[in-house]
Design a protein around this ligand. Structure first.
Ligand SMILES: [Cu+2]
Length: 561
């Protein structure tokens, strides 16, 4: 590649694809492209070449008239709450064979689900037959064994792109690897993207759960097709509980409600649609935004609630969509308190009226429905209605929001042994219009370049040279956000000069706790401080916009023991 930086910049812009124009207006995710410096050359026989043009999109096969979710009746289906799964038995603890720990055998299989009363059954892929899958609930420090079994069909029903890294034509179309997002696990149980298995295969994972109470979730992570597998429905919740959290007396039972959010597109027969680029041999698209926004697998569901405080545990399980969530009652905002983020409880509740949730981020909320007794409260993404709470009339019982939650210790910058500067890149070849999205301008198959020592503390400076917000997720660890600092990305791309603008901004109160996914904003340097604790071995860090991760915004890192 011989173009200079300025030529690359000029070649950058292209029109928003139709599915984004149609369905994602102003939803908080900035998704235009900006070129990065030339990508490094091919790194061997595997995973070479850039993707086809991302600006032309179509749906595979003959035209299928779409479903118009806006036309559906609202609030006719009760909100499903995924069942907490009962173990299938006990097995010896791999770390202490004298003890037994719960064992689950969970099958991935094709099923049909009803996303709405007036929509025909939808073919999906599930864990255990439901979407979301069953909730796994564990105690901190108490181990769990899960045998994840792939009982899916041999053919994928969504468009596999065989040009993507790891999805070559020599590999089966249907491959799975299960990641419990946010779990501190030995590497062999982390669902490493290359540790996939096809139909008939399985993996036995050991989750020691040596971590604080938190809202985790599980989903597919097989290289090159995780966006399709998760889109097909492979996801569920994983709740870690502990004594400290119990002591807070937070709402429980029917007053603790998991909310798994994801967007989809359907055809008029209720079947999933996933867009393609229009290039038959390169169907990958750079983002997905559906016009149907589901909660726990339903469109416009309702939930009856007591006029009391409730705990809502929200996970954004969408491929690409960012949410700006708020609650409304008779046109007025209903206040909320965020009490926890990705990796558990905050130090103190963060009161707010709305907040952003990027793909894979979680929020633990307290909401008092007492003032709305006998009325309804609607959960919205911007102005789009997601879920209706029908508040029963009767006696309100108010509970105070705890003033203090889990005491937080800031990871001291004085303990840092290494600071890494890592760029987020979006590279577009002006000749082919092919696109490549990378971390630190490095392809997936290149040698490991981040090798932190076990128990060491590092700062990672995520320098976003693109015009997208990228939710960056590190496996194994929890981290704290230090700050976000604006800089002149264009100047950096042209001359390499790093001109900072203004002062660094601390994280918002609701993201000031333990995180495992951080929004790296465009034109910003996002600094996180990380202790690499738990286990040595090979893990991954990646953008959690699943379309970006597939091309190839994902890199291994190796914790060295
Ligand atoms: Cu991204």
């Amino acid at each position: 590649m011989t173009l200079d930086r300025r030529q690359l910049l000029l070649a950058a812009s292209f029109a928003a694809p139709w599915w984004r124009r149609a369905s994602c207006g102003g939803d908080g995710a900035v998704v235009e492209s900006r070129t990065a410096p030339p990508a490094p050359g091919p790194s061997g026989g595997l995973c070479v070449g850039t993707r086809g043009p991302a600006s032309a999109a179509s749906i595979e096969g003959p035209p299928r008239p779409p479903l118009h979710p806006d036309a559906l009746a609202r609030w006719v289906d009760p909100l499903p709450v995924p069942a907490v799964r009962t173990p299938d038995g006990l097995r010896p603890d791999p770390h202490d064979p004298g003890r037994s720990i719960p064992y689950h055998r969970i099958a991935m299989r094709e099923s049909e689900v009803r996303v709405h009363r007036d929509v025909p059954p939808t073919r999906v892929w599930t864990y255990d037959g439901t979407l979301p899958g069953p909730t796994l609930e564990v105690r901190s420090g108490k181990g769990l064994l899960v045998e994840w079994r792939n009982e899916l069909p041999a053919a994928h029903f969504l468009p596999v792109d065989h040009g993507l890294c790891g999805a070559g034509p020599d590999r089966p179309d249907v491959r799975t690897a299960v990641d419990v997002h946010g779990a501190r696990v030995p590497p062999e149980s982390d669902g490493y993207p290359e540790d996939w298995y096809g139909p008939g295969g399985s993996a036995l994972h050991h989750y020691p759960n040596r971590q604080d109470a938190a809202t985790l979730w599980y989903h597919d992570h097989a290289i090159g097709i995780e966006r399709l597998n998760q889109y097909a429905g492979l996801m569920g919740m994983y709740l870690v509980r502990d004594d400290f959290e119990d002591g807070l007396g937070l709402p429980s039972g029917s007053r603790e409600v998991p909310l798994v959010l994801f967007d989809r597109m359907f055809d008029a027969k209720g079947q999933l649609l996933y867009p393609t680029s229009g290039a038959p041999d390169a169907p990958w698209v750079s983002e997905f935004y559906g016009d149907a926004l589901l909660v726990n697998g339903k469109l416009y569901p309702y939930l009856e609630v007591e006029p009391r405080q409730h705990r809502l545990r929200v996970v954004n399980a969408s491929n690409s969509r960012f949410y700006l969530l708020s609650l409304f009652r008779s046109g007025a905002t209903v206040p909320m308190h965020v009490i926890g983020t990705d990796q558990g409880l905050l130090a103190a509740p963060a009161p707010l009226d709305s907040f952003t949730l990027a793909p894979a981020e979680r929020a633990d909320l307290l909401v008092d429905f007492g003032p709305a007794a006998g009325e309804s409260v609607v959960l919205r993404n911007q102005s789009f209605e997601l879920l209706q709470f029908r508040v029963k009339s009767g006696t309100r019982r108010s509970s105070p929001v705890p003033a203090r939650l889990r005491p937080a210790t800031k990871v001291a910058e004085s303990t840092v042994v290494k600071t890494r500067t890592l760029t987020l890149n979006q590279y577009r070849d002006p000749k082919t219009s092919g696109m490549l999205m990378l971390l630190n301008a490095t392809r997936w198959a290149e040698a490991v370049s981040e090798s932190p020592a076990l128990d060491s503390v590092e700062i990672w400076r995520l320098v976003n040279l693109t015009e997208d917000v990228h939710p960056i997720h590190l496996h194994l660890v929890r981290f704290q956000i230090l700050d976000r600092q604006a800089f002149d990305a264009d100047e950096y791309l042209i001359s390499g000069a790093m001109n900072l603008r203004g002062d660094p901004a601390p994280p918002a109160p609701y993201e000031a706790g333990w995180k495992d996914t951080v929004r790296a904003e465009p034109g910003m340097i996002t600094r996180i401080i990380v202790r690499f604790e738990g286990y040595a071995g090979r893990y991954v860090w990646h953008c959690h916009v699943l379309e970006h991760a597939a091309n190839e915004m994902m890199r291994p890192f190796e914790v060295v023991g």
